[in-house]
Design a protein around this ligand. Structure first.
Ligand SMILES: NC(=O)c1ccc[n+]([C@@H]2O[C@H](COP(=O)([O-])OP(=O)(O)OC[C@H]3O[C@@H](n4cnc5c(N)ncnc54)[C@H](OP(=O)(O)O)[C@@H]3O)[C@@H](O)[C@H]2O)c1
Length: 319
């Protein structure tokens, strides 16, 4: 009896592991010579692995971090691992709207191209507030990328065909948006799930608005990764997470594969506004596909970050 239970448990664990851990590598051989890529949050985790991969393909890669020292160290690593010197670091605090505005202004002044924007910055499930009084999850995970993308959209349009890849998470399916309290900041996991749902809706509405401009937008669930995000929790929590994550979580390199796929593959063009996991388009649940909600979130986000749109088009990058 014990043997049977052990065998069944081992089988169950192996199946679970396979489900969580298997990730298709991006095999598309496309080169990116002459293309410019911006990866927010590119100084660690999935963003950093993506930066290495795209720099290896010949792209000029920009990464951002709100920690100068970390950014400079990441820059050295990315240059070394990709054997490319065409990488640049920028300081950017996504929890501060003025920092985003300053960054975009400088970026547009210094860089004539932007072909691929990867919104990889993100905070885990935390209860905190941004400098502008938004909940940390909603502010850094959604409002920051929303403002940044809008401020850079004209450059993406002028470099079309171009891409916007926003990293969400499949936990978006567990929550709904509450328009009476978009800054919901009570249960940490719920506030994270809502911010990731906002990423999905942002992508859909962006794709709709960019349909005729040659800018393709997609949202990516990268898979579950250990990353740096456990570092801010207690030692005990980190040990428990270490055991759990080594069983079920994937490496940042594996998680970057769908991001890379969405940044370069032509298959993605047929799924503008789509949601991708394991390098393929995936169906969304009803809580995450409502054009009315996507538009409403867009308008609410514009008001929150102080952007106004004319005739339904995203605000100009020159603001
Ligand atoms: N890890 C997972 O299991 C998992 C699963 C699904 C989705 N995701 C999503 O994947 C994305 C990347 O996560 P990751 O796992 O690679 O985590 P990570 O290593 O912690 O990377 C997150 C990045 O976000 C940046 N960031 C955080 N707060 C910021 C701020 N105030 N201003 C500017 N940048 C800030 C960090 O940059 P600095 O600290 O350098 O400024 C960091 O580089 C996130 O959007 C995350 O929600 C992760």
């Amino acid at each position: 009896m014990y043997v049977l239970v052990t065998v069944l448990a081992a089988l169950f664990l192996a199946l679970l592991q396979r489900r969580f851990k298997s990730r298709r590598p991006c095999l598309d051989p496309k080169r990116l010579d002459g293309k410019t890529v911006l990866i927010t949050g590119g100084a660690s985790g999935i963003g950093k692995e993506t930066a290495v991969a795209l720099a290896r393909r010949g792209a000029r890669v920009h990464i951002t971090s709100h920690d100068e020292q970390k950014g400079e160290e990441a820059l050295r690593d990315i240059k070394k691992e990709s054997a490319s010197m065409n990488v640049r670091f920028w300081s950017l605090n996504m929890a501060n709207l003025q920092s985003i505005r300053n960054f975009c202004k400088e970026f547009l002044k210094n860089e004539s191209r932007l072909d691929i924007l990867i919104n990889s910055d993100g905070v885990p499930a935390v209860l905190d507030w941004t400098d502008n009084g938004f909940s940390m999850c909603f502010g850094v995970n959604h409002l920051g990328p929303f403002l940044l993308t809008n401020l850079l959209i004209d450059r993406l349009k002028s470099c079309s065909p171009s891409r916007i890849v926003t990293i969400t998470s499949n936990v978006h399916k567990y929550q709904k948006l509450d328009f009476s309290d978009l800054n919901y900041n009570i249960v940490p996991l719920f506030t994270y799930c809502r911010s990731k749902l906002a990423n999905v809706y942002f992508t859909q509405e962006m794709a709709r608005q960019m349909e005729r401009h040659g800018v393709t937008a997609c949202a990516v669930h990268p898979g579950y990764v250990v990353g740096d995000w456990t570092s801010q929790f207690s030692f005990l929590f980190r040990i428990v997470m270490y055991v759990f994550t080594s069983l079920f979580f994937i490496s940042c390199q594996a998680a970057a594969q769908t991001v890379i796929y969405c940044a370069i593959s032509d298959d993605v063009l047929q799924h503008n506004g789509g949601y991708f996991s394991d390098s393929k388009p995936c169906k969304l649940r009803p809580n995450a596909q409502d054009a009315g909600i996507a538009k409403k979130l867009w308008e609410a986000s514009e008001a929150m970050v102080g952007l106004t749109s004319a005739m339904g088009h995203p605000a100009s990058g020159t603001r």
